[in-house]
Design a protein around this ligand. Structure first.
Ligand code: NAP
Ligand code: ZN
Length: 355
């Protein structure tokens, strides 16, 4: 066991504070990673504040983890001490159901184990990346082939990257396709970059007019302020696919109206309060689909990391010390982040020194 300093929420109302946990010593098939950087996902906030009403406290969020391997078990073959490594949203699954067999561990029929708040299959609570180190079985650890100098900006790929890459790839986004990305936050900005790299004509839909220039710089060909009905109408019945990343309840109909016949809108945003049900006629008159998608499998996450390395894609980040995590949450709620907060885990040492 190793004593490990973390930042944890003890309940839904209070700010995150330093909290010591024990991590297991690596088993034969485990990799121990000293965490260098951890991205801040809106799911961390939903969980810390119990917005999905399933939080186990104490809760240590963080599932966009990159770091350096500090120990490996005797059966580990793909990692050695000193290697860079990543951990995303899952650390275990049943490994024998149909979904796991196809590499879709996120849809594990027995419930995957989340990197934090994870014990769906029983067992102890899992603690995420707002911590000094983590111990994870090798089959859930990702290789990182990006230039090490960009490591902090690679961290958000482990959730924001895969959560957008997986549906874009599943719904065959590519050249000749007109693709909408709704919401320019952590997920949305990776969605714009990845869909553009896949060769699609990307249209960004944002509620923030001041994000226009950034949208174009990140790879969108057009930017639409979604609150302006005239701008929306100009794209009616024209999109092949829409990826909706919005973190709050909103009306889906104005977006469904933008889809072509047979077009699909996939929801990845997981707001605290449900969206109002869309108008059925908006679906049936053009055989449109409304779908959802959850992160991505481990094999696909590796594919995404390699795709991003090849296309020189990383996240646009603002680095913070962990002591500022609560302020970062408040700013995230105001859509005031360009475009992902990443915690410099070296800052945890300040609390270790004070402890
Ligand atoms: P984020 O960085 O906070 O971005 C969300 C964006 O949504 C904002 O930047 C904003 O973009 C837009 N938005 C926020 N409030 C809005 C409102 N009231 N009306 C319209 N637009 C609004 O969050 P994130 O980390 O990208 O996460 C987005 C959502 O995806 C969260 O709910 C998160 O839990 C969920 N998520 C799901 C999965 C999955 O597997 N399905 C994985 C990770 C995260 P504009 O300023 O451009 O409008
Ligand atoms: Zn996430």
């Amino acid at each position: 066991m190793s004593k490990t300093l973390t930042y944890a929420a003890q309940n839904a109302a209070d700010a995150l504070k330093p909290y010591a946990i024990e991590r297991r010593a690596p088993n034969a098939d485990d990799v121990q990673i000293e965490i260098l950087y951890c991205g801040v996902c809106h799911s961390d906030l939903h969980t810390a504040r119990n917005e999905w009403q399933n939080t186990l406290y104490p809760s240590v969020p963080g599932h966009e983890i990159v770091g350096r391997v500090s120990a490996v078990g005797s059966a580990v073959t793909r990692f050695k001490v000193g290697d860079l490594a990543g951990v995303g949203c899952m650390v275990d699954s049943c490994q024998h159901c149909a979904a796991c067999a196809e590499g879709d561990e996120q849809y594990c029929e027995n419930g995957f184990t989340g990197t934090y708040n994870g014990p769906v299959m029983g067992g102890e609570n899992t603690y995420g990346g707002y911590s000094e180190r983590i111990v994870v079985q090798e089959s859930f650890v990702l290789r990182i082939s990006h230039d090490e100098a960009r490591l902090a900006a690679v961290a958000p790929l482990l959730c924001a990257g895969i959560t957008t890459y997986s549906p874009l790839s599943h719904w065959k986004v590519g050249p000749g396709k007109k693709v909408g990305i709704v919401g320019l936050g952590g997920l949305g900005h990776m969605g714009v970059k990845i869909a553009a790299a896949m060769g699609a004509h990307v249209v960004l839909f944002t509620t923030s007019p001041n994000k226009r220039e950034d949208g174009l710089r990140l790879g969108a060909k057009e930017v639409v302020v979604s609150k302006d009905p005239e701008q929306m109408q100009a794209h009616a019945n024209s999109l092949d696919f829409i990826l909706n990343t919005v973190a709050a309840q909103h009306d889906l109909d104005p977006f469904l109206n933008l889809l072509k016949r047979d077009g699909t809108m996939t929801l990845v945003g997981a707001p605290e309060h449900p969206h109002p049900a869309p108008t059925v006629f908006n679906l049936i008159f053009k055989r449109r689909s409304l779908a959802g998608s959850l992160i991505g499998g481990i094999r696909e996450t590796q594919e995404m990391l390699d795709f991003c390395a090849q296309h020189n894609l990383v996240s646009d980040i603002e680095m913070i010390d962990i002591q500022n995590i609560n302020t970062a949450y408040e700013r995230m709620l105001k859509s005031d982040v360009k475009y992902r907060f990443v915690i410099d885990m070296a800052s945890l040492k300040k609390d270790a020194a004070a402890a």
